[in-house]
Design a protein around this ligand. Structure first.
Ligand SMILES: Cc1cc2nc3c(=O)[nH]c(=O)nc-3n(C[C@H](O)[C@H](O)[C@H](O)COP(=O)(O)OP(=O)(O)OC[C@H]3O[C@@H](n4cnc5c(N)ncnc54)[C@H](O)[C@@H]3O)c2cc1C
Length: 538
């Protein structure tokens, strides 16, 4: 087995946060021969592709970064609470240069397939540039939100104007000045882009399928004293976010919202609202995600805020979220989003009241029997989240099985990092791990460290294959579904549930608790300490 021709010890697919740190860790900590394949032209992943106006992170910058380089934590100065896409990309380029990562990354190269050889315990992987290479380990660092979802609207090809998807935005930018623009979608990306586009465009028409609950971002410069305090205590910050529920310094109020007086909860709601960011979402009363009545109280506060901001009561009514509980979809952060609908050049077309999109025409979009003529369409229609980038790798595991078939009724993984039948394959922030429910660099670093230790351990023990057992996987899948089944999350038509993609099985994709990323980390470490319980090693 050991004599089989092997080009690399490990292949890493993707060069965003995940792939960059995976390369650094396997190459510089373990001394492995690693090759990274990245479809884009440089590092950055999400922050390379998503260049739409207003693109920025929603996690606070002091925790939306790598923590493995302690010196860099001290040196790097973020310009704002939530830096814009160019600044995050600049940061990731800096990390790549500082750690000499690019020499092992092959850019402009998409992995198109791969097979596991049960005799040699090696993977052979193919790319669109003609590579055909073997390696012991394949690590999918393909991202969770990297597979663009462009709904196949009737007439899409007929449109004579320009059309763009936010996740594949031109590097040169788009000049909306004097143009009639349509934005399709009102998720977190659209909520960032709409106010920016409305400032430039002659006219903006927003096509809304589902109204979202948006909370204020409160972006701006961070108080220099707070920056100093955090830097002085970065070890503490890192420890706290790692042990937290969502990889953030947010903690639920350990009370029921229904138990406290109306005055007390109003005061707390206002405090969270003023704090901005994810506070209202992730530091609210503990029963908000479980109890519809509790949730209604939290949702009602946002509805009142929308009514107070949007001047036209008819437009405000269209912006009222209906049919899903608060917090069960990705929380969009609002910087002038609701105010934008007070502008005379902005029109909201709501599927429920005005009629949904029927087709794209030569001149624009037909919805509810009416044609809206535009020069540019921006699709902010999101991603085939979590499973999309993995199934599209076309990897063939034991006996030629594919993820596509194995996951035809929803993803099945062990810890979200491994899949039975796919030995020596690791999935960073894969389905059924906390992943998109957390501040992702925290979860990314946790998986990378765990995978590195696992591979190190195998090499020390002379082992060449690791694979989740079907039994351990079944138990994990059951546990993931049981935990989330007790919450309101499973009732919403969210991308967390796969509901944005026609035909995608309805399953909750990430792992929610019960003790958040802190508890999950502990569980993963315990499994490793017990000799990788639930895995076959050989
Ligand atoms: C607009 C937007 C805003 C976000 N804001 C936040 C935030 O505020 N907080 C937060 O925690 N997370 C946020 N996220 C999630 C974000 O994706 C993660 O935080 C993080 O950037 C993920 O890093 P990654 O390396 O795992 O994946 P990605 O950054 O998605 O990188 C994956 C890379 O893999 C490459 N790839 C995929 N398939 C292949 C293939 N077959 N062959 C070769 N290369 C391939 C892709 O080209 C991509 O470059 C946001 C996501 C988006 C889209």
């Amino acid at each position: 087995m050991a004599n089989a021709i092997q080009d690399f010890d490990a292949l890493v697919i993707g060069a965003g946060f995940s792939g960059m740190y995976m390369l650094k860790s396997l190459r510089d900590k373990l001394g492995l021969k690693v090759r990274v394949y990245e479809a884009g032209d440089t590092v950055g992943g999400t922050w390379y592709w998503n260049r739409y106006p207003g693109a920025r992170c929603d996690s606070d910058s002091y925790i939306y970064c790598f923590t493995f380089d302690k010196q860099l934590l001290q040196e790097w100065e973020w310009s704002e609470r939530y830096p814009e896409q160019p600044e995050i990309l600049r940061y990731l380029e800096h990390v790549a240069a500082r750690h000499d990562l690019k020499r092992d990354i092959q850019f402009g190269t998409r992995v198109t397939g791969g097979e596991y050889d049960e005799k040699t315990n090696l993977w052979t992987v193919q790319t669109d540039k003609g590579d055909n290479v073997t390696a012991r380990y394949v690590i999918a660092a393909v991202g969770t939100l990297s597979d663009t979802n462009l709904p196949q609207f009737k007439g899409l090809e007929e449109f004579k104007g320009k059309r763009y998807h936010t996740s594949k935005f031109p590097h040169t930018g788009v000049d909306f000045t004097g143009k009639r623009v349509a934005v399709v979608g009102t998720g977190a990306t659209a909520v960032q882009a709409i106010p920016e586009i409305a400032q430039q465009a002659k006219h903006l028409t927003v096509f809304q399928r589902t109204a979202n609950y948006c909370v204020p971002a409160r972006n701006g410069k961070v108080d220099p004293d707070l920056v100093k305090t955090r830097k002085a205590d970065y070890d503490g910050v890192v420890k706290r976010v790692r042990e937290s529920f969502f990889g953030q310094e947010h903690y639920f109020i350990p009370k029921s919202v229904l138990e406290v007086s109306a005055e007390e909860r109003e005061r707390e709601f206002e405090r969270m609202w003023d704090a901005g960011g994810f506070a209202y979402w992730l530091a609210n009363y503990q029963d908000m995600f479980f109890d519809q009545k509790a949730n209604d109280v939290c949702a009602d506060f946002i509805r009142r805020k929308i009514r107070a901001t949007v001047k036209d009561p008819k437009v405000a009514e269209k912006l009222m979220p209906k049919g899903h509980a608060y917090g069960c979809k990705r929380q969009p952060l609002d910087t002038n989003y609701y105010e934008t609908y007070n502008k005379p050049n902005v029109l909201l077309v709501d599927a429920a009241t005005d009629g949904g999109i029927e087709e794209i025409t030569e001149k624009g979009i037909r919805a509810g029997g009416k044609e809206y003529e535009v020069d540019i369409i921006v699709f902010a229609t999101g991603f085939d989240a979590m499973t999309g980038p993995l199934t599209k790798l076309n990897l063939k595991g034991r006996g030629g099985r594919t993820l596509d078939k194995e996951w035809s009724e929803g993803p099945r993984s062990y810890l979200g990092v491994s899949v039975a039948g796919f030995p020596n394959l690791f999935t960073i922030t894969g389905p059924q791990s906390p992943s998109v429910l957390s501040n992702m660099p925290v979860s990314i670093e946790q998986h990378v460290d765990w995978i590195t230790d696992c591979i190190d351990n195998m090499r020390k023990n002379g082992q060449t294959a690791i694979e989740a057992t079907p039994e351990a996987q079944e138990q994990w899948v059951k546990h993931v579904n049981e935990v989330v089944g007790a919450t309101l999350m499973v009732k919403a038509n969210s991308w967390y549930m796969g509901a944005n993609i026609p035909g995608k099985p309805r399953t909750f994709l990430p792992y929610l608790g019960p003790e958040g990323v802190g508890g999950y980390r502990k569980k993963c470490d315990e499994i490793a300490a017990k000799g990788y319980e639930g895995f076959n090693l050989g």
